[in-house]
Design a protein around this ligand. Sequence first.
Ligand SMILES: C[S@@+](CC[C@H](N)C(=O)[O-])C[C@H]1O[C@@H](n2cnc3c(N)ncnc32)[C@H](O)[C@@H]1O
Length: 231
Amino acid sequence: MSVVSPAVPPSPEPGYDRLAPRLIPGYASLARLAVALLASSPLASSTEASVLVAGCGTGSELLEARAQRPDWHLTAIDPSATLLEVARGRLDAAAPSIDWRCTRVEDLGVEAAFDGALSVLVLQSLPDDGSKLAFLSALARSLRPGGQLVLVDLMRPERSALQAQVELAWGQFQRAGGESGDPGTLASRVEAPHPIGPARLAALAEASGFGDPAPVFKALNFEGFLLQRRS
Ligand SMILES: C[S@@+](CC[C@H](N)C(=O)[O-])C[C@H]1O[C@@H](n2cnc3c(N)ncnc32)[C@H](O)[C@@H]1O
């Protein structure tokens, strides 16, 4: 039996919205869960809270935020003008009031402006050469003290006797979702990620101005964390 190499979605390409649920276990409910977690946080639970969606891509988290919390003031940022256009196409009719910014988080230049933030599958694409720290620091600065970030990322696997089985399971998950199983085809769609482990994430969070990341869910190596800006 051939085994599909584990693959992660690239920065969204045409077909990303079709591909992501086939490659990422739990993707179909990821945005819903991320928004539900933030909506339960001390600051973002308030009416008309300001929420930043960092790396919104084609708009999955925005659609979910609009559905769950139509009162939120949303700022959607992504450095890709193409992806922002796709997201706007999906959102404009339902949410004409979103503040769209074509920029990286690091260049947003706002201080203590948001009650909460979402970052789904973004940190993993940044190298750990100061880029991850700059990204998280900018997110922390953009939040009011006590504001929370829901961070979802592909994490580096723990060394474990079960890891080989986890990777087999990931390949099986992809095939069961309809992927062809040709590792070359999948690999060509994949942007090399830079996953880190939980200890490194905790160190980066501390250096950025967040408290300890609280793990809230895990599906294979995709993990969700809640981080709170220190007061
Ligand atoms: C894998 S996509 C995830 C998109 C969306 N969050 C989702 O889950 O469908 C990663 C996104 O992060 C954006 N991105 C990369 N670096 C970024 C940065 N420094 N600041 C904000 N967004 C960034 C990319 O342009 C891309 O749209």
